[in-house]
Structure formats: C-alpha cells, structure tokens
Design a protein around this ligand. Structure first.
Ligand code: F6P
Length: 327
C-alpha cells in the first residue's frame, strides 16, 4: 500500500437487511478507535454520485445497534452502472479525501464495487448484508438470521389458524434466486413441502406430497415457497393445486417486505459487529478488493474474483432432512 488510509467512507446499498445499522456502528467505532476519520455516504452509490456525504463519529452511531433498516439509507443505482456515474462518484470521494471504502450490501453492491475498484483502485472492502444468505465466501450474511426468525414467527401464527380451519396454506417467502430463508424456516416451521429455486421440484411431486396428506388424514398443511421458485410463486401453486383438489380449503400468504424489517437478532448484531471491525482492521492492514466473510466461526477475506458470479449453495443435507420430516 502506498500511504496509510486516513479517511474511510461507509455506505449501504441494495436491499436493506436487519443488522446493517449494527455493521455501520462497528465500522464507525472501529475507525474512531484507530483514530481515522469516517464518513457516511447516503443512499449507496446514488449518494456517492450526488455527493451526499456526511462526517460521522463514535457518538453519531449511538442507539442504532438494535434498529432495523439503515440510517445511511439505501438504493439500487442505475447511474452507477455507467462510466460517467462512476467517474462522478470517484471525483466526489476525492473531494472529501476518502481513501478507503466499506460497502455493506449484496451481490449487486459487490458487482458495482468490483467494477469501481478495477477502474480507480480505491482500497475497498465489502460486508455481506442481505437477508438472502446467497453470497459465496461466507456461512452467513448480515440480516439472514433475523429474516428467517421473522418468517418462523409468521409460520407459527399461520399454523394456528390453518389447524383451526383444516386449511392448506401456501406461504411465499423472499429469495429471488435463493432458497435459504425458505428451507430453514420451512424446517423450523414444520412445512409439509418446501419449494426452492435451487431444486427442480415438479408439480407432480408437489401434488403427490399433498395427496399423501389427504390419504393419511392430515388436517392442515403448510407449503413454504421461495419467491424465485421455478414452479411459480404461492399464488400460482395455490391456483394449480386448487384445480385438482377438493380436500383442502386453500389459502395464500405472501410475507413480502416485512421480512426485511425489524430489530436484528443477537446473532445478526454480533455478526455485524465482528464483520464491521474486521472490515476496518482489514483495510488498515492493506486488505483490498475483498469481501469479509465468516467460515466455521472465523473471519475470512475473500477476493472479489473468488466470489463474484458464485452462489452460496444450499446444503443438500437440509433438503434431505426436510423430506424425512414432512412424511
Ligand atoms: O435481495 C434481498 C431481497 O429482499 C430479495 O429476497 C428480494 O427478492 C428482493 O430483495 C426484493 O427487492 P426490492 O425491495 O427492491 O423489491
């Protein structure tokens, strides 16, 4: 590294996730601890382009650890996809004197930063912040644990009413390309069937599984489906099944964005705190072009090249046990 980093810029980008505030707090406090200046860049890459950059200090991140959302706001930026947008962003960072960047977000955020880093070589580190848990290079992403607990709580409530009325519910959870929330909330919530984008479940297999319930006198059933399922979402599955079923009374619940809000669990707060500190310490030690991850409880730094375009595969064991339990 040519010269030591003195001014760190931190931002959140893409879909928000519970625990992002805890990560911001950890970054700001670690930077202050090491006597570096730290700036918050508002609305992700949008604020970088519009020069919405604010000075932060240890006290400006008080009382945010337990709050969902992100105090720095977030956005999905189209302008940053253009060379002109990125040039403007770089010029603004230079004006403020920011010489190290910490991004908190998901794969879209990383793709933007990888491009930016290849063009301007500004020392940069990413933190995985997404409820989807779909990023290679880390066992957990910030926000995933909270979102999954939110879903389990909702499933438990739906189960109460499903049982009372002898109903079949199709419950749709988030995950455009990832079945992590679905598979683990489905197991924890006792779903009879879990439909995820990573698996090629056929309509016939789903029908058979549900028919089995009728044969064995199952009174109510819950199917958890990830929004990115290849068979379609909860509405589509309910429609298709209702065309051939006269046993279950069918209902649909789409949990939607409530999965993205709420106070982070202890797990996400601690994960975000560890990762935020690791990002600052990594940057100060010369790590750059990397994403912080946690593998087997230890902090790791993954080069952008080693994770870009890769996904966090679902453990086949989870799929296997979900099928045994739904008998
Ligand atoms: O990536 C996180 C996520 O919540 C996905 O699970 C979901 O498909 C998507 O974001 C929704 O994005 P938006 O809030 O922009 O509609």
């Amino acid at each position: 590294m040519d010269k030591p980093i003195s001014k760190i810029g931190v931002f959140t980008s893409g879909g928000d996730a519970p625990g992002m505030n805890a990560a911001i707090r950890a970054v700001v406090r670690a930077a202050s601890y090491y006597q570096k200046d730290v700036y918050g860049i508002m609305r992700g890459y949008e604020g970088m382009i519009d020069n919405e950059i604010v000075k932060l200090g240890a006290r400006s991140v008080g009382n945010i650890l337990q709050r969902g959302g992100t105090i720095l706001k977030t956005a999905r930026s189209e302008a940053f996809r253009t060379p002109e947008g990125r040039a403007k962003a770089f010029a603004n960072l230079q004006k403020t004197g920011i010489d190290g960047l910490i991004a908190i977000g998901g794969d879209g955020t990383f793709a933007g930063l990888t491009k930016f880093y290849s063009e301007y070589q500004l020392p940069s580190i990413c933190l995985p912040g997404t409820i989807d848990n779909d990023l290679a290079g880390t066992d957990y992403t910030i926000g995933y644990d909270t979102a999954t607990n939110t879903v389990v709580e909702a499933i438990d409530k739906i189960r109460d009413t499903a049982l009372s009325h002898n109903r079949l519910f199709f419950i749709e959870v988030m995950g455009r390309h990832s079945g992590y929330i679905a598979i683990n909330s489905g197991i924890a919530g006792g779903a009879v069937s879990i439909i995820i984008p990573e698996e090629d479940t056929t309509m016939e297999q789903l029908f058979n599984q549900l028919d089995e319930g009728e044969k064995t006198n199952r009174k109510s059933s819950l199917v958890v489906v990830a929004e990115g399922s290849k068979l379609g979402g909860a509405m589509e599955l309910a429609k298709r099944f209702s065309e051939r079923n006269n046993y279950f009374d069918i209902k649909v619940t789409i949990l939607g964005h409530l999965q993205r809000g709420g106070s982070p669990t202890y797990f996400d707060r601690v994960l975000a705190s560890k990762m935020g500190i690791a990002a600052v310490e990594g940057l100060l030690k010369g790590e750059t072009g990397v994403m912080v991850g946690v593998r087997n409880h230890a902090i790791v730094y993954n080069s952008f090249e080693s994770i870009m375009g890769k996904r966090h595969d679902i453990d086949p064991e989870l799929i296997r046990i979900s099928k045994i339990l739904s008998i």
